[in-house]
Write a protein that binds this ligand. Sequence first.
Ligand code: AHG
Ligand code: MN
Ligand code: MN
Length: 333
Amino acid sequence: MSGLMTLSRFNLQRKRDYEGASGDFTLLMNHLALAMKIVSREVARAGLLDVLGKTGEENVQGEQVTKLDVLSNEMLIEVLNDLPMVAAVASEEDEQIRITRAGRLTGRYLVCFDPLDGSSNIDVNATIGTIFSIRKRETVGREATVEDFCKAGTEQIAAGYCVYGSSTLFAYSTGDGVDGFTLDPNVGEFVLSHPNMRIPELATCWSANVGNARNWLPETHAFVQHLGSGEGRYKKMSLRYIGTLVADVHRNIIQGGVFFYPGDKKSPNGKLRLLYEAHPLAYLVEQAGGKATDGVRRILDLVPNGLHMRTPLVIGNGPEVDLYAELAATRRG
Ligand code: AHG
Ligand code: MN
Ligand code: MN
């Protein structure tokens, strides 16, 4: 590859590599990137417009909805609604799936998303993001149902995220590695900046909300003891917790590390959502050479029992994810 590699050029090149590709998928990816550029623009001037703060409503997760949650959700739905290849979408913010205008019968793709991840960081100007996941359905010709969405993570054909940080970065995978693109805000293009992202061999940090430690299970305490032992792989370990899942995971892909939001005494199923957060990020981290577990099973093997199912999540470098699973298995006897 030579010259400036924009996301659209990269996608076109990929399309040429797959014989018989219709171009539908390329168009979908370009539109997802477009939606994220718009969200990025709104995020960048959030303090100037009246988009900070909460709407006063609660979402289906029982959480306070922020104005940027609503705006990002609407933006993604609006962009996907008129694409004939998209049959339906499922959003963390909506109780039900939404059948799209253009692709309701003919669309082959289903898109799941967390439109705004890290909502609690919006008002303090810290990093937030968007996460998405794409599946193919086998029910073309009729309207998609919840059952079409509730499939294992291994059924994803692509996943990606956008991090609105010190710069805006879009990363995605179609099962052939992960590539990252930084937004050049002056020309409005995502440009390839992180080709073939691979998680470094050594984890240098761990990320968890230690405020929950009083509720943690013994395996989580044992895990933290290993990470802080200063021995073996853990000679140099820092704690880094942004509180925005996608930003914490992105940092760990770049620098090596493990993020965990485990099940605990108060919330046995953890906090994070399988379809919108755990599945897509597990897909990406595996593509970058890492692993993800709920403590017992590989995240990608989990089949959602509903759109908004939550799951414990331990994600990052393989040896650390395996260590957590081993500790949990020992505790279970
Ligand atoms: P969302 O803003 O989409 O609801 O997700 C918030 C999630 C995730 O981004 C983050 O890792 C986690 O909540 C933080 O939770 P705590 O505040 O409990 O640490
Ligand atoms: Mn989220
Ligand atoms: Mn969200």
